[in-house]
Design a protein around this ligand. Structure first.
Ligand code: SAM
Length: 278
């Protein structure tokens, strides 16, 4: 098969090696070169499908140097594939700069769609999907993470995060403080032997994973804030009680106003009365 020149952005499996399209395999075989986030990781896919195309590394540490080399080859008429270790390149993975530079250089860019952990998790979590917000990895440090979640509290969409197992419990706890008692789903080890979907209120999930630290790769799906008109007194109280554990009355009221669409004054008065007996 002869390929049209261009940059092929190819999605690869996120666990199960069978989750790869015919088109991706054909293209990887026919390309002049495959640029990989980690050549050893891509070697496993190539070995499974008899792909012998030369491979080279393209990752965040060599991007400055290698980018010019790739663009020059593309301008010369090469067919080049870009893959990451797993899933769709550019989605919390390297490639954005390269695609942008290739586009600026007038090179044809061809997406080869396939696995993406965020989409796989969404497709099975049972959360609303008419609008979702992919937020990637939360910042690792507590303060930046709290600010990050706070900035997302009023987003009227299902939220999708990537997270590592060692930070999951802390992240879920910080999400509970920012988002209240929303339903969430922890999707773990998708397409692999120990695939698991675990759903519950954010605070409950935080407690559970604090007691039993998980293993493997994780996507967290958080349902949208309840609509303002529909936020019941019980929901508002649950949100405020969780928030009051972590912040002042004023901040808890502001967070409730952002997350649930309650009037700030009402949220403040309610937060004050909930705080008093403690
Ligand atoms: N580009 C990839 C994609 O399309 O999903 C994501 C790459 S990002 C560096 C890796 C993160 O994706 C992991 O830390 C985890 O949060 C998520 N992830 C990747 N594979 C996964 C899997 N099999 N199950 C659950 N989450 C996964």
């Amino acid at each position: 098969m002869t390929l049209e020149p261009g940059l092929y952005v190819a999605a690869t499996p996120i666990g199960n090696l069978k989750d790869v399209t015919y088109r991706v395999i054909e293209t990887l075989k026919a390309a002049d070169r495959i640029y990989c986030e980690d050549t050893r990781q891509t070697a496993k896919l190539c070995a499974a499908y008899g792909i012998e195309t030369p491979r080279a590394a393209y990752h965040e540490h060599n991007a400055d140097r290698v980018e010019a080399e790739i663009i020059a080859a593309l301008k010369d008429g090469a067919a080049i594939c870009l893959v990451s270790d797993a899933g769709t390149p550019l989605i919390s993975d390297p490639g954005y700069r390269l695609v942008r530079a290739a586009r600026a250089a007038g090179v044809k860019i061809i997406p080869l769609p396939g696995p993406c952990a965020a989409i796989a998790a969404l497709s099975a979590a049972g959360a609303p999907t008419e609008r979702f917000f992919f937020a990637g990895f939360p910042p690792p440090k507590a303060e930046a993470r709290a600010t990050f979640f706070k900035s997302l509290a009023a987003v009227d969409a299902t939220l999708v995060f990537y997270e590592g197992p060692s930070r999951l419990a802390e992240s879920l706890g910080a999400m509970a403080a920012a988002f209240g008692a929303r339903r969430a789903v922890v999707a773990r080890e998708l397409t692999k032997i120990f695939e698991e979907f675990d759903e519950g209120a954010l605070g409950d999930l935080a407690e559970k994973y604090k007691a039993h630290p998980p293993r493997g790769e994780i996507v967290v799906i958080v349902e949208p804030p309840p609509a303002a008109a529909q936020a019941s007194e019980t929901e508002i109280d649950a949100f405020l009680l969780a928030a009051l554990d972590k912040m002042s009355v004023k901040d808890a009221a502001a967070a409730a106003a952002d997350a649930l669409g309650v009037a700030r004054k009402i949220a403040y008065e309610r937060a004050l009365s909930l705080k008093k007996p403690r």
